[in-house]
Design a protein around this ligand. Sequence first.
Ligand SMILES: Cc1cc2nc3c(=O)[nH]c(=O)nc-3n(C[C@H](O)[C@H](O)[C@H](O)COP(=O)(O)OP(=O)(O)OC[C@H]3O[C@@H](n4cnc5c(N)ncnc54)[C@H](O)[C@@H]3O)c2cc1C
Length: 302
Amino acid sequence: MYPAAFEYVAVGSFAEASEQLARAAGEGKLLSGGCSLIPLMKLRLAEPRLLIDLNRVPGAAGIIAQAGEIRIGALAREADVEASALLAASWPILVDTSAVIADPLVRNMGTIGGNIAHADPANDHPATMLALGARFVLSGAAGTREVAAADFFQDLFGTALGEDEVLTEIRIAAPGPGTGSAYVKYERQVGDFAVAAVAAVVVVADSRIRSARLALTNAGPVPLRAEAAEAALVGVRVDDGAALDEAAALAGDGIQPWADLRGGSAYKVDLARGLAGRAVQCAVQRALAYGAVAGAAPGGRR
Ligand SMILES: Cc1cc2nc3c(=O)[nH]c(=O)nc-3n(C[C@H](O)[C@H](O)[C@H](O)COP(=O)(O)OP(=O)(O)OC[C@H]3O[C@@H](n4cnc5c(N)ncnc54)[C@H](O)[C@@H]3O)c2cc1C
């Protein structure tokens, strides 16, 4: 099907994008990679009167380390995230995540900002952002504000973005010593959305887990923290694989993923339990290999 008729404008700045959103009064849509928006328009599930193209905003796709943070421009493509040496050395969970999104065609066009702003519970970045404690820079007529990932994802496809706001940047604290991270996804076939997936960030010291943050993809209308598993992991010896798996498996407690073509609810809970163990073990291995000593070697994967 063809999309409904719309006006198109390519903007040269985020401020201009925000002005256009305000002008459209709720009937405008930002266009980044178009991987989610264009299919929705073709199905006429989205019928924006004005399409506001962000792709010509200069400097909006950088991936840099600055002020103790990793900063990722909203227009960074999944392929850029996947290939980033900085992210491989700091937060490889982001490389893991981008690498399992769809296929190379989508990853060449789709942006990290679009993936987050779309807030599909099946999208992969939201859980990773939650596990990382990421903050999102939102820019609108009233100025710029930072919103934590935990406050950003509010409901099914619902976010904290105001009507005239643009997601401009993702900010994540640089990893401290002993940090490891990983994202593990189970998909029916390459290129599919997750049946279930788990994001894990751990801090290891003296051969034990000191802190853990786990988040689940597609386990509810928004990405979910697995707090029982996080608490149970603290203090577990990193060489005790069975204990790590047992603690991580609590990620399946209290969740009720909906049944769909990808599987039943109980099956998805079981998957989440198993994937949590794999994500934690991978994060631990990365922490031990490169991050367990204060001031891990630059260039090492965490
Ligand atoms: C075949 C296929 C397979 C897919 N598989 C996966 C998968 O496995 N995992 C996964 O996570 N995703 C998957 N997706 C979804 C898709 O990759 C992402 O949702 C998409 O990349 C979103 O980014 P985009 O830049 O294309 O956003 P767009 O499609 O341009 O925009 C998506 C939405 O976000 C809004 N938006 C875009 N940029 C901004 C911004 N900077 N600020 C505020 N709002 C903004 C738009 O207005 C729109 O509502 C798949 C998509 C396809 C077509």
